[in-house]
Design a protein around this ligand. Structure first.
Ligand SMILES: C[S@@+](CC[C@H](N)C(=O)[O-])C[C@H]1O[C@@H](n2cnc3c(N)ncnc32)[C@H](O)[C@@H]1O
Length: 387
């Protein structure tokens, strides 16, 4: 059984965060794992820590056989998804695993839950899935806050006259020239306009899509949110190959296409994942306090998504100080931001080396259309002067 650690519940967060960000919010990790793979270049000696979200990217790392994988999330419902995926890897064959988590025939989870999956879950995850298994049985990607947002988005696209078969056809295009032609002649004239601006600027909808209130303040405070979303969507649809873009395919059409799925769902990775299950630790808790319990200089790779967009500047700095203490010499840290720029604070910048050329090269191929910037940093020194 996978190790699961429940950290003491820290200070409660503000009411809006508690209202929006409880239960399943992210039914899929919206960070492009190909960027992470090339930024990290994992080795079998590496200890990796990753924010869980829906567990897709922690499992994508596990496909690369690190020595140890720590997956941490402040929202236990997110880790309940991680635990269900890990239990399915341990107990099921690939076809059934794929049926459930690629939502090809998800209802099979009802047949295997009690006898094969539930015994492998922590008490907390059992309590969650005993009440919420219907979400997995009806296809996880339709549920959770993000699932509801994507269903509303697909309904909105239809109301704007965008036909589902046209959207399906887009994900079969094999050249950027065809994508740009389709975008400028078919999608853009129908999509962008006063209704799209009302849709994007309606805060509750963006909260539903996983944009944290602090993040909304950060992005809208610096860039008009509508123009930001328009720029990001246009970039992803005209400058990044669509054929294997499973992020936008899931959001705009509600399904993956054949084997165009996250790496952890591929049959070729199944036995490796199963072999590596003993290397995983699931942590219910916030990153900073957890890192402060870890031995100094013990972690090699940090995948922190856009958690810093959820933080005030003092929390941003404090969390990075915890990262520096727990980081092994030469450790790599990657993070994203909804804004076009979220540099590490000066007190941290002195201890890290930035790899902006690499970060920009990887970011240019980001399929998720979610972020405004991406950072690849290596730790070159520690505040306490130890190299
Ligand atoms: C940062 S969020 C956003 C993910 C991304 N924007 C997306 O669309 O998929 C991803 C996860 O981070 C978790 N999270 C945020 N701040 C955290 C922290 N300081 N420590 C641990 N988990 C955190 C949230 O609970 C959430 O499940």
């Amino acid at each position: 059984m996978v190790q699961v650690l429940d950290m003491p519940v820290g200070a409660s967060r503000d009411w809006l965060e508690r209202l929006v960000f409880h239960g399943i919010v992210f039914n899929m990790s919206w960070e492009d794992p190909e960027m992470d793979r090339q930024a990290f270049r994992l080795t079998p000696d590496d200890t990796v820590i990753s924010i869980s979200s829906a567990g897709c990217n922690p499992l994508n790392f596990l496909c690369q056989s690190p020595k140890r994988l720590i997956t941490v999330d402040g929202n236990p419902a997110q880790n309940a998804i991680v635990e269900l995926k890990l239990a399915a890897l341990a107990a099921l064959d690939h076809a059934t695993f794929f049926d459930i988590f690629a939502a090809r025939r998800p209802a099979v989870v009802l047949k295997v839950y009690r006898g094969q999956l539930r015994p492998l879950l922590s008490q907390r995850a059992r309590e969650f899935w005993d009440k919420n298994l219907w979400m997995a049985a009806r296809g996880l990607y339709n549920f959770g806050r993000m699932g509801l947002f994507c269903r509303i988005l697909r309904r909105f696209l239809t109301l704007l006259g965008l036909q589902p078969r046209e959207l399906d056809g887009f994900f079969e295009l094999r050249s950027l020239a065809e994508q740009a032609d389709w975008y400028h002649h078919y999608l853009a004239p129908r999509l962008w306009g006063p209704w799209a601006r009302r849709f994007v600027m309606f805060k509750p909808l963006l909260y539903l899509s996983g944009v944290h209130p602090e993040q909304y303040r950060l992005v809208d405070g610096r860039h008009d949110m509508y123009e930001y979303v328009k720029e990001r969507v246009e970039y992803a649809l005209t400058k990044v190959p669509a054929y294997d873009n499973y992020f936008l395919s899931q959001a705009a059409t509600g399904c993956f296409r054949g084997n165009r799925v996250p790496p952890y769902l591929l049959e070729e990775n199944f036995e490796t994942l199963r072999r590596n299950l003993g290397r995983v630790q699931v942590v219910n808790g916030w990153l900073g306090p957890f890192l402060d319990t870890q031995p100094a200089q013990s972690i090699n790779k940090f995948n922190l998504l856009d958690i810093f967009d959820w933080m005030t500047p003092p929390m941003f700095e404090a969390t990075l100080k915890s990262v520096l203490r727990a980081a092994a010499p030469g450790a790599t840290l990657i993070y994203r931001s909804g804004s076009y720029g979220l540099d590490p604070p000066a007190s941290i910048a002195a201890h890290v080396e930035r790899h902006d050329e690499l970060a920009q090269r990887l970011f240019a191929r980001d399929r998720s259309a979610t972020y405004g910037s991406f950072y690849v940093l290596t730790i070159k020194s520690h505040p306490n002067g130890r190299e």
